[in-house]
Write a protein that binds this ligand. Structure first.
Ligand SMILES: Cc1ncc(COP(=O)(O)O)c(C=O)c1O
Length: 386
């Protein structure tokens, strides 16, 4: 049997945080107490009304495929959420339910990008996007971004890196790993540039509903933008594997064909469960969880700054702090390993988010209760003093 894999596999990197997680689990097996700030998912369970709806769907026998674009009731409910929360009027026909935002990003890049095509995105950024581009035999142009643009793309950066091969610009706001927002005026300029140059604009809004300061503004107010979102983060449904895409009308036929062929449909019980995600009861609970996350940020951000980590831009959303640790180390990967081994605090090294200065950064995910974050700060302080 041949064990030869495709050439692209040389460029598909693993999640380095998994090494940290494996090491953390091994230490836990030895009886050590580890504070997990490395994983990008909320610690809260899925709200009970969603769980109940999922169980009821299973009991009612909703275990068959849905159409490739998703349950019509759910697509309607998502469109309704845009009207109510983000003041955007969307034809439900433009909403495609996907297996997570991951499915939505894969569909979009599969539709838009092929051999020789370029997709512009920010570095640091969510690592899967450049691998999705590679999977489509396209090229991700990772543009180094820093504090001066709040770790977001700007029109100036886009113009400097664009070429005749540029097919799409991808923006995530709030961003993973930095939690920072793109300025609305800048996004307006980028949108205009994309429209004028025949370049698709993809906006990943998976953390939009977790914006703590400033307005939640959805790019779905423009009907020519690919807007990606998910039930994973704000709705606390990571393991249900459900997200969505709001797409321009011209793209729907191609996206439907891709969805049919790539995965047939998003999980049916999860889709029925998600119908309960927009009820007043669930949204009240989710807003309380959001307030919890905000108070965690408000604790952890000044505490880390006080310990000499640099965070020049206040992260306004998501649940991440991307901290410059150059005062403490020359190698953030070694720093993360040392912090785990000596202090029992697990964080993600910058390596996972791109090639732009990863050795200077670690990501703290505030996905633990305040008491644990306080304990983490005590331990980190002790580690830095030792
Ligand atoms: C920016 C961003 N986009 C997309 C995803 C994929 O999320 P999911 O497939 O769980 O919806 C993540 C997950 O961490 C993310 O951080």
């Amino acid at each position: 049997m041949s064990e030869r894999v495709a050439a692209r596999m040389a460029d598909i990197a693993p999640f380095h945080v998994m090494d940290i997680l494996a090491r953390a689990r091994a230490l836990e097996a030895q009886g050590r107490d580890i504070i997990h700030l490395e994983i990008g998912e909320p610690d809260f369970p899925t709200p009970a009304p969603i769980v109940e709806a999922g169980v009821a769907a299973l009991r009612a026998g909703h275990t068959h495929y849905t159409g490739a674009l998703g349950l019509p009731e759910l697509r309607n409910a998502i469109a309704g959420f845009y009207a109510q929360r983000w003041n955007a009027t969307i034809n439900p026909a433009r909403v495609i339910v996907t297996p997570g935002a991951s499915g939505a990003l894969l569909l979009t890049l599969g539709l838009l990008a092929g051999p020789g095509d370029e997709v512009l995105l920010a570095d640091p950024g969510y690592p899967c996007n450049r691998h999705f581009a590679r999977f489509c035999e396209a090229r991700a142009v990772a543009i180094p971004v820093g504090a001066d643009t709040a770790y977001q793309l700007s029109l100036d950066l886009i113009e400097r890196h664009a070429s005749p091969a540029t097919r799409a610009v991808l923006i995530a706001s709030p961003s993973n790993p930095t939690g920072t927002l793109i300025e609305q005026a800048e996004l307006v300029r980028i949108h205009e540039w994309c429209a004028a140059n025949g370049v698709a604009l993809i906006v990943d809004e998976i953390y939009l509903a977790l914006t703590y300061d400033g307005d939640e503004r959805s790019a779905a107010v423009w009907d020519d933008v690919f807007v990606v979102n998910s039930f994973s983060k704000y709705f606390l449904m990571t393991g249900w594997r459900l997200g969505w895409l709001v797409a321009p009308t011209w793209a729907l036929d191609g996206l439907e064909r891709l969805a049919q062929n790539l995965y047939l449909a998003a999980p049916t019980p999860a889709q029925y469960a998600a119908l309960a995600a927009f009820s007043a009861e669930t949204l009240t609970l989710l807003e309380a969880r959001k307030a919890d996350l905000r108070s965690r940020r408000d604790f952890l951000l000044p505490a880390l700054r006080g310990l000499g980590f640099e965070l020049p831009v206040t992260p306004q959303g998501a649940f991440y702090l991307y901290a410059d640790c150059r005062h403490h180390t020359r190698d953030s990967f070694q720093f993360a390993q040392g912090l785990l081994d000596a202090a029992g605090v697990a964080v993600t090294p910058g390596l996972d988010f791109g090639h732009h200065q990863p050795v200077h950064f670690v990501r703290f995910a505030y996905t633990q209760p305040l008491t644990r974050l306080a304990e983490a700060i005590v331990r980190i302080k002790r580690y830095l003093q030792a």
